[in-house]
Design a protein around this ligand. Structure first.
Ligand code: ADP
Ligand code: MG
Length: 723
């Protein structure tokens, strides 16, 4: 049983990572975007009018003129063929959270038996992958297995290199026959549209007559683990579930993180350089760097981009990391909690809104007028997060993220906002300001007062808050490392659309009534901070007290995925998403069902794995050890000694406990959980998870007493510290 593990250790020692050497005659400028069909390429290769039309779609959100598709497709094909592409693929983002691609060859047979490279406008605009194997939550009847992919003009096409031939990749949306969303991109585009529209109404009130289209920006910070691939392959749990289902805590944990920080293993550096270069080619503005939290854990934070592009790039980044890690003999783990007792991984979603002309609208200005505008957008965030805290929580709910949220390393499941003392104080003064007509001490008058200088130093930030103002953006820290950023971004955009719509409507009405604009803003801000200020919390989110205080403030505390998902189908959520044309009711129900299905599926896999590994690897190892101890007693006896039976009891008790726990787990797996996705998810949470925990407790204890040369699985110590 031990052979696999010991061999893995030998193999790790013998492994030589590939040498990364970049030619020095290549400037970063040449590499960046080299494989992207970007604006520069389009400007060079498209007829002027076609280029203008495409740009109007990308930059102004104008509908795509179908007449230009053929010209774009033809230019794209020529460019891709020059880059060595043989195939093209519509890339889409199904509800599994993964990336899917449908590949087709450029070559189409012609009558005389030869083939021509063809790529028409209609092929660019629309594809028809078989949708039957993707989750849809009841949206697609089985007799209509067809799904449609549609070109997202705003996200640039790119060429993906592969030793077997390059592929032109076209980012697309994925919808059903009836136009309902089967993916994560469709709602993101819809929600961005809604949010931008209402943000522009606010800007008009502030005197920006014809503002450029407002979009959302997203800068995702991705945490991940790297482990040697030999160990990965010797751990069926990592291989199949992405996390260790067994493993005793190592004698040395993450308490020495400062030591680790000093020394990035050479092969990790090689990996980082290699990924950076690949990402650059794909136009992903990445900066890899070391992260100090847990052994084997790292972080990458690409520069923020327009929401839907950041989301596509984020998916591409994850695929690239997986591929390049393999090339360097490592496995990249994106699971939120691959190792118990060691920090988990998140994916902070940095959010702002704005455009290239105005920058981020969440940046304080340097005069009272600009400040007022900034405060209005901040107040929109406060109202949105307070009113729809449950939806934000639901947007990060998954079986894997449940291991992380509220575990004193990630924000708690209670959604609150951190503003920092200065900004919180400003809002407090505003609340007072409206009550007094004169300028009392400690009040703030919109249109007259300037803001205090708000700190942007990251050192000052509160890291326990799920939704924190960080100087020019808000940082949503609850998303998990394995998730797409689409879900959280859809929710943030939509709840912001609602808040901005409400605020624009109030202000427009006041202005129409002849009210003074500054006074109207003041009254509105006062109203919002009075009604929604409960969500602002600058204290320690990890503290016991906050749990109690949050409850008295009426903030929801949705601890688990099953607590959170029903938020998707409440009356108010469904109305919200329908009103802003992001999801209709059927689509909301579909997301809810898929959420439950994914939850039950992933825990179901873990349960079966735990049973199998426990039964076929751990129990046999423990029994072998037990036999040796028993044989030793016999040997001692026959040598005329009086042996102590305690060592045998010491191993026999946990072996018996493991047997009992395994039997219980198998019984739970075999129990009929019912038909509905909710019943199955509930069974996973209430029966499978506790049964797995019992098995693990017995197994992890055995790991601390069974002879090392019997132990079949690479240990935490080996996986985390040998790179
Ligand atoms: P920290 O670790 O201090 O949170 P990082 O540098 O790791 O900061 O990550 C910050 C992330 O926020 C980056 O992806 C960055 O591009 C992004 N970001 C910066 N400004 C904005 C903004 N205005 N809107 C959205 N994201 C932003
Ligand atoms: Mg951050």
């Amino acid at each position: 049983g031990n052979a696999v593990r010991l061999q893995a250790i030998k193999d790790v020692e013998a492994y030589t990572p590939p040498v990364v050497s970049f030619t020095t005659d290549e400037t970063p400028g040449e590499v960046f975007g080299a494989n992207v069909f970007n604006k520069v390429v389009m400007q060079k290769r498209l007829p002027k009018l076609v280029y203008k039309s495409v740009m109007a779609t990308i930059e102004q959100g104008k509908p795509l003129d179908p007449m230009v598709a053929d010209a774009v497709a033809s230019a794209m094909k020529d460019w891709a063929l020059e880059k060595g592409a043989t195939h093209y693929a519509h890339v889409f983002y199904p509800l599994t959270g993964l990336t899917a691609e449908k590949h087709d060859s450029f070559l189409e047979p012609v009558g005389d038996g030869s083939a021509l490279a063809e790529f028409a406008g209609k092929t660019l605009i629309q594809g028809e992958p078989d949708a039957s194997s993707f989750p849809n939550g009841g949206l697609r009847n089985t007799f209509e297995a067809r799904g449609y992919t549609g070109w997202d003009v705003t996200s640039p096409a790119y060429v993906l290199e592969n030793p077997n031939g390059n592929t032109l990749c076209i980012p697309t949306v994925f919808v059903s026959m009836t136009g309902e969303a089967l993916d994560h991109k469709t709602p993101l585009l819809r929600s961005q549209q809604a949010m931008g529209f209402h943000a522009e109404r606010i800007l008009k009130l502030f005197g920006h007559d014809d503002p450029e289209h407002i979009v959302s920006f997203c800068g995702p910070e991705q945490e991940y683990f790297l482990i040697d691939r030999h160990f990965f392959l010797a751990r069926p749990d990592l291989l199949n579930a992405g996390r260790t289902l067994f493993g005793a805590k190592p004698p040395k944990g993450q308490e020495f993180d400062d030591h680790y920080f000093g020394a990035i293993p050479e092969r990790v550096l090689g990996f980082m350089m290699d990924t950076e270069r690949e990402l650059f080619k794909l136009g992903i503005p990445a900066k890899t760097r070391h992260n100090e939290v847990a052994p084997g854990q790292f972080e990458i934070a690409p520069m923020f981009e327009r929401g839907n592009i950041a989301a596509d790039h984020q998916q591409l980044l994850m695929t690239t990391f997986k591929t390049i890690a393999k090339k360097h003999g490592m496995e990249c783990l994106f699971h939120e909690k691959p190792f118990d007792g060691v920090n988990g991984s998140g994916k902070h979603v940095n959010f702002s809104l704005g455009n290239s002309e105005l920058g981020s609208l969440l940046v304080p200005g340097d005069n009272p007028h600009d400040n007022a505008q900034f405060l209005v957008f901040c107040a929109a965030v406060i109202r949105a997060v307070h009113k729809y805290a449950g939806l934000l929580r639901a947007s990060v709910a998954s079986a894997t993220n449940d291991h992380r949220l509220g575990a004193n390393e990630a924000p708690p499941a209670i959604i609150s906002i951190f503003l920092g003392d200065q900004l919180a104080d400003v809002f407090e003064q505003i609340a007072k300001g409206a009550a007094t007509s004169s300028k009392d001490k400690g009040t703030m008058m919109i249109g007259a007062d300037t803001l205090p200088v708000l700190p942007t130093d990251p050192g000052d930030r509160n890291r326990t808050s799920p939704f924190a103002f960080t100087g020019n953006r808000f940082e949503f820290r609850a998303p998990g490392s394995l998730q797409t950023v689409n879900g959280p971004m859809v929710t943030i955009n939509t709840i912001m659309a609602e808040a901005l719509d409400y605020m624009a409507t109030e202000l427009e009405a006041a202005v129409a009534d002849g009210a003074d604009f500054d006074t109207a803003v003041q009254n509105l801000l006062t109203e919002i901070i009075t009604n929604h200020g409960a969500v602002v919390f600058n204290g320690d989110g990890y503290s016991e007290n906050w749990q109690i205080e949050a409850e008295s403030r009426g903030l929801p505390n949705l601890r688990t995925t099953l607590d959170a998902l029903p938020e998707l189908i409440t009356e108010s959520s469904m109305e919200l998403f329908e009103k802003y044309k992001v999801f209709n009711h059927r689509e909301m129900h579909s997301r809810y069902e898929v959420g439950l299905e994914q939850y039950a599926l992933s825990i179901g896999v873990e349960a079966r794995l735990a049973a199998e590994i426990g039964m076929t690897l751990i129990l046999p190892a423990a029994v072998r050890h037990q036999t040796e101890v028993a044989q030793n007693i016999v040997a001692l006896k026959s040598a005329g000694l009086e042996p102590d039976s305690a060592p045998l009891e010491e191993v026999s008790a946990p072996v018996a406990a493991l047997r009992t726990a395994l039997a219980a787990l198998r019984a739970a797996i075999d129990t009929d959980a019912g038909e509905s996705p909710f019943d199955q998810a509930k069974h996973a949470q209430d029966a499978l998870l506790p049964a797995m925990a019992e098995v693990r407790a017995a197994a992890d204890f055995l790991e601390t007493i069974v002879a090392d040369d019997h132990w079949p699985l690479p240990t935490y110590q080996e996986m985390l510290f040998i790179l």
